[in-house]
Design a binder for this molecule. Structure first.
Ligand SMILES: Cc1ncc(C[n+]2csc(CCOP(=O)(O)OP(=O)(O)O)c2C)c(N)n1
Length: 612
C-alpha cells in the first residue's frame, strides 16, 4: 500500500468524502482502521472505542453537511475517525503530544469540533443547546449528539433527554451501544438496553430495517409511514419514546447502507429523534475485539516496556485490599473507573463490598454518605477532575453532616497526554474551603499508604490526593500505620529561605532546597495546616516559598498566606503552583517544567527572590 495512493489520501474534508460512491466506503473504513491502529500504537490513546465508530462517523459526515451541521461527540475519546476525515489525517501521529492534536474534540482545533469534551455525558445538553439556538435564529442546521451506553448512565444525560423531549427542537441523539463502558457496563439502563437488543427482535430488525429503508421514497410523509412500519417491527413504546423522542432502532452500526439510509431519513424529520445503533468495541482489530477493556486506553508502544516503581494507583489498590482484610466495614466505590482507579483486585476479592455505580460521580458520593450514616466506612476512589462533578454532594451530603467518607483522589495534578479536561488542577482549592474536611497530599507512595490509613480512621470526611503515574521508588511498609493529623515533616534544615512543599512537589523541593541550602518542609496536610511549623519557619526565615501541583488560586500556598495574614506575620511569601490558565496535553515532566514546578524551576525562583 505504501507506494500506492489510498482512498484516504484523497479525503481532506467531509466534502471529499461526499464525492465517493457508497460502495467505496467500506474500503475507506478499512484504511481508517489501519491508520488508527498504527497511529495509536505510536501515540497512545483510545483504540477500542474508535474502531467501533468508523462506519458511524463516515455515515454521519456522508449524510450531514458538516461543519454547518453540528456533531457533539460524548466524551470525545471516539473522535479519531472524525479527526482523520476533517483535515487532520496527517497530524494523527502528533496526537496527545505537546502542540499536537488533542485526544478529544476541541473547538480551537477545528471548525468541525462543535463542542469541547473529555468528561462524559454532556453531549445531549450541548447539542440541545445548539438545536434550540438554531431554532431561535430560524437556522436550518442540524445538531447531533453521539453518546455511548456507558456515558448515558450519567444523570445529566437524562436531564437533557427529559428537557429535549419537552421541546420541539431538531435534535438527533445517537446511542452507540456496545454494552461496554471502559469495563462491562453496569446498572439498570444497561440491562434495559440489553433487553432491547435481545434475541430475535434485533436480528429481524436488522434484516427488516434494511429492506424498508432501501425503499423509502424521499417525500417526508412516505418516509414517516415507512419509519412507523419499521418501528412496529422493532420495539414499540420504549423508554425514549415515553420521554418524547421518536425512537428508531436498534440497527447495525457497522452496516453502512443501513446507517446512511436511516440517517438520511432522520435528517428530514422534525423534533427530537433517537437512533439506537449497535456496534462492536474494537471492531476489526483482533486483540481489541477480544479484550476491549484492555484496549480502551493504551500507552504508546515505546513506553510499555521497562520496569518502574509501582504507580500510586497500584499502591491505593493494594492498600484497599489490605484495609478491607482488617476492617469489615470498608466498602469501595468507583464511578465506572475500576481499572483506572486500581480497584480490580478488590472487586475480585471482595465482590460484596465493591460498588461500580456507572458514570455517576454525584450518585457515588451520596451513596457513600448513605452508607456512612449506617456505620459503613466508604472509600470513594475517584479522579480529581471527575470529583468536580460531585461537588455539591461532597459539601451538602458528606461534609455538612460530618460523615466519615474517605476520598482517594487519583490524578491530582497535571496528567500529561490526557490534557486539560482530565487535569486535577483544582482539588486542593475546592476541598480546603469545605468545613470538616481533612485534606492530605502524598509526597511518595509510602506516605500515600499512611495517609489513606489516617483518612480511613478519621471521624469525618477526609481526602488523600496523589498524582498520576509511578511513585518515587521508596520502600512501602506493609503495616497500616497512621500519621498525626496536621503534622508536617521537616525534610532539610537550611537558612534564609524555606520551601514549604505539598504532595508531588516535595521531592523536587528537596532537590532544589538541598542545592541552595534552603529549608524544606513536607507540609503533608493542606487542612488542617501545621500552624506551629509555619510560625516557627516564618520566625526563622526571610522568605517562604510554597510549591504545589494545584492552581495557585485558592490552593495550599494560598492557605499558608491566609494564615500568615491572620496572625499579622509579614514574612514575604512566594506561591508556586499552576498558573491561571488551562494546561494543554504534553509530557507530564515538560508540563511541570513549563510551569516552573520542577527542581530547576524552584531553584530559579529561589535565586530570583534571593537577590532582592
Ligand atoms: C465524568 C466522567 N467520568 C468518567 C470518565 C472516564 N471515561 C471515559 S470513557 C468512559 C466509558 C465510556 O463508555 P461509553 O460511553 O459506552 O463509550 P465506549 O468507550 O464504550 O464507546 C469512561 C468511564 C469520563 N470521561 N468522564
Amino acid at each position: 500500500m505504501a507506494d500506492m495512493d489510498t482512498l484516504l489520501d484523497t479525503i481532506n474534508s467531509p466534502a471529499d468524502l461526499r464525492q465517493l460512491a457508497r460502495d467505496q466506503l467500506p474500503q475507506l473504513a478499512q484504511e481508517i482502521r489501519d491508520l488508527i491502529v498504527e497511529s495509536v500504537q505510536q501515540t497512545g490513546g483510545h483504540i477500542s472505542s474508535n474502531l467501533g465508530v468508523v462506519e458511524l462517523t463516515l455515515a454521519l459526515h456522508y449524510v450531514f453537511n458538516t461543519p454547518e451541521d453540528r456533531f457533539v461527540w460524548d466524551v470525545g475519546h471516539q473522535s479519531y475517525t472524525h479527526k482523520i476525515i476533517t483535515g487532520r489525517r496527517d497530524q494523527m501521529h502528533t496526537m496527545r503530544q505537546q502542540d499536537g492534536l488533542s485526544g478529544f474534540p476541541k473547538r480551537s482545533e477545528s471548525d468541525y469540533d462543535a463542542f469541547g469534551v473529555g468528561h462524559s455525558s454532556t453531549s445531549i445538553s450541548a447539542a440541545l443547546g445548539m438545536a434550540v439556538a438554531s431554532q431561535l435564529s430560524a437556522d436550518p442546521r442540524h445538531a447531533v449528539a453521539i453518546i455511548g451506553d456507558g456515558a448515558i448512565t450519567a444523570g445529566q444525560a437524562y436531564e437533557a433527554l427529559a428537557h429535549a423531549g419537552d421541546l420541539s427542537a431538531n435534535l438527533l441523539v445517537i446511542l452507540n451501544d456496545n454494552e461496554m463502558s471502559i469495563s462491562k457496563n453496569v446498572g439498570g439502563m444497561s440491562n434495559y438496553l440489553a433487553r432491547l437488543l435481545s434475541g430475535k427482535v434485533y436480528a429481524s430488525a436488522r434484516e427488516g430495517s434494511k429492506k424498508v429503508l432501501e425503499k423509502i421514497p424521499p417525500a417526508w410523509e412516505f418516509a414517516r409511514r415507512a419509519e412507523e412500519h419499521m418501528k412496529g417491527m422493532v420495539i414499540p413504546g420504549t423508554l425514549f419514546e415515553e420521554m418524547g423522542f421518536n425512537y428508531i432502532g436498534p440497527i447495525d452500526g457497522h452496516d453502512l447502507d443501513t446507517l446512511i439510509a436511516t440517517l438520511s431519513n432522520l435528517r428530514n424529520r422534525k423534533g427530537p429523534q433517537f437512533l439506537h445503533i449497535v456496534t462492536k468495541k474494537g471492531k476489526g482489530y483482533q486483540p481489541a475485539e477480544q479484550e476491549p477493556g484492555k484496549y480502551h486506553g493504551v500507552s504508546p508502544a515505546k513506553k510499555q516496556s521497562g520496569k518502574s516503581s509501582p504507580t500510586y494507583t497500584q499502591v491505593f489498590g493494594q492498600w484497599l485490599c489490605d484495609m478491607a482484610a482488617q476492617s469489615d466495614e470498608l466498602v469501595g466505590i468507583t464511578p465506572a473507573m475500576s481499572d483506572g482507579s486500581g480497584l480490580n483486585d478488590f472487586a475480585e476479592r471482595y465482590p460484596q463490598r465493591y460498588f461500580d455505580v456507572g458514570i455517576a460521580e454525584q450518585h457515588a458520593v451520596t451513596l457513600a454518605a448513605g452508607m456512612a450514616c449506617e456505620g459503613r466506612k466508604p472509600v470513594v476512589a475517584i479522579y480529581s477532575s471527575f470529583l468536580q462533578r460531585a461537588y455539591d454532594q461532597l459539601i451538602h451530603d458528606v461534609a455538612l453532616q460530618n460523615l466519615s467518607v474517605l476520598f482517594a483522589i487519583d490524578r491530582g495534578g497535571l496528567v500529561g497526554a490526557d490534557g486539560a479536561t482530565h487535569a486535577g488542577a483544582f482539588d486542593l482549592s475546592y476541598l480546603r474551603c469545605i468545613p470538616n474536611m481533612v485534606v492530605m497530599a502524598a509526597s511518595n507512595e509510602n506516605e500515600c499508604r499512611q495517609m489513606l490509613s489516617t483518612g480511613y480512621h478519621y471521624k469525618g470526611p477526609a481526602a488523600v490526593r496523589y498524582p498520576r503515574g509511578a511513585g518515587t521508588g521508596v520502600t512501602i511498609e506493609a503495616n497500616l500505620d497512621t500519621i498525626e493529623i496536621g503534622k508536617a515533616e521537616l525534610k532539610h534544615q537550611g537558612e534564609h529561605i524555606a520551601i514549604l512543599a505539598f504532595g508531588s512537589r516535595v521531592q523536587a523541593a528537596v532537590e532544589a532546597g538541598e542545592s541552595c541550602n534552603a529549608t524544606v518542609v513536607n507540609m503533608r496536610f493542606v487542612k488542617p495546616l501545621d500552624t506551629a511549623m509555619i510560625e516557627q519557619i516564618a520566625a526563622s526565615h526571610d522568605l517562604i516559598i510554597t510549591v504545589e501541583e494545584n492552581a495557585i488560586s485558592g490552593g495550599a500556598g494560598s492557605a499558608i498566606a491566609e494564615y500568615l495574614l491572620s496572625i499579622a506575620d509579614n514574612t514575604p511569601i512566594k506561591i508556586m503552583g499552576l498558573p491561571d490558565k488551562f494546561i494543554d496535553h504534553g509530557e507530564h515532566e515538560s508540563q511541570l517544567a513549563d510551569c516552573g514546578l520542577d527542581a530547576k524551576g524552584i531553584v530559579d525562583t529561589l535565586l530570583l527572590h534571593n537577590k532582592h
